[in-house]
Design a protein around this ligand. Structure first.
Ligand SMILES: [Mg+2]
Length: 355
């Protein structure tokens, strides 16, 4: 996928090649000594802050098993012994890479501007495990300067303090808490197949109801059936839907897209957004499109599947992340190789719990 990327041969200022075999302290010292040379992270009030957990960014499945089966001491010991062993990418990794690609394009166009993505690592890992995380981040050349080690506490306070625009974690309870606090959040799932993702374009796919929009129409489907839903959506076609938990993030993406358009780069804009909804265009699609229009938001591609499975179409889109509120769609997407993120919001959660 990458390999020939021009990124690999950036000018000397970014030559952060770690020494071959450094012990932990040296590696950390090396990293610290590098900090002043790296671009400074943008101030949270200007940035689009994306907080990711360590298990979302990296594959820590094996390490998690050690933690669960052998306890925290053995876990920390294992992580320390392996701190020079690079972690494999986790479900949010390629998304984060794509965000950084957008950042580098933005920095070229707007060198003094702070309106770009800022990635914060939000982890409740033991501080000693931090060295392995830092080493892996350096290995992949990721720009993640803000670490937040929550020591097992709820991340919500920290997420709020960092003015977080999106929080991705592998821990569904923490995601639930964040959603309840009004923060756009999703639980990440690894795709069951390896597919390749664009290196040059950030591709984000959203479900509509209970993700970009509120669950008001979903409630009618669940409680009164599909016929009543179609009738209701046609009657209310001109009444915009209320916003859902991910609307703000679509807005953030739109704001950054406009910065490319302003420089006459619409065709080479490195951000592309997709709506992938089970709604059908004819009977219930108009309300969705009119709602987006009333918000002043554009979506690049809108796919109305009229109840058809989402998995096959997502394979064609190859998004770096696909947000949906229904586990049924998450599982279908995951099975065919899409990186899916569950948004625990709306009436469907009640149904999932009771079944
Ligand atoms: Mg939905």
């Amino acid at each position: 996928m990458s390999g020939s990327s021009p990124e690999a041969t950036k000018d000397g200022d970014e030559a952060h090649v770690p020494g071959p075999e450094q012990d932990g302290a040296d590696a950390k010292g090396f990293y610290d000594s590098e900090l002043p040379k790296r671009p400074r992270p943008p101030k949270p009030q200007h940035a689009v802050t994306v907080a990711v957990s360590s298990r979302a960014l990296f594959d820590l499945v094996e390490e998690r098993l050690i933690y669960e089966e052998q306890g925290v001491e053995k876990y920390v010991q294992y992580q320390q012994q392996n701190e020079n062993v690079t972690l494999k990418p986790g479900p949010a990794f390629y998304f984060v890479k794509a965000l950084e690609h957008v950042n580098s394009r933005l920095c070229d166009l707007y060198p003094d501007d702070e309106e770009r993505f800022d990635i914060v690592l939000m982890t409740n890992n033991h501080a000693q495990v931090g060295v392995r995380l830092i080493n892996s981040i350096k290995h992949y050349g990721l720009t993640i300067e803000r670490f937040c080690m929550t020591g097992g506490k709820s991340p919500v306070g920290y997420l709020t303090a960092y003015l977080t625009n999106l929080y991705l974690s592998a821990d569904s309870e923490k995601v639930q808490e964040a959603i309840e606090a009004g923060i756009a959040s999703a639980t990440m799932f690894t795709a069951n197949k390896d597919i390749s993702y664009s290196d040059t374009e950030l591709r984000v796919a959203f479900d509509g109801d209970a993700v970009l929009f509120s669950d008001e129409s979903e409630q009618i489907v669940k409680e009164q059936g599909l016929d009543r839903f179609f009738e209701h959506e046609q009657l209310n076609e001109n009444k915009p839907l209320a916003q859902g938990p991910l609307k703000g993030f679509l807005e953030d993406l739109g704001k950054l897209q406009k910065k490319f358009y302003a420089k006459n780069e619409r065709l080479s804009c490195p951000i592309r957004t997709f709506l992938v909804t089970a709604r059908s265009a004819a009977s219930s699609g108009a309300r969705v499109l009119k709602t987006l229009r009333s918000w002043g938001l554009e979506i690049d591609e809108a796919l109305f599947l009229a109840g058809a499975p989402k998995g096959p179409i997502l394979v064609k889109i190859r998004p770096h992340i696909f947000f949906d509120d229904q586990m049924f769609h998450i599982e279908g997407a995951q099975k065919l190789g899409t990186i899916a993120a569950h948004v625990p919001y709306g009436i469907d959660q009640k149904y999932q719990k009771s079944t």
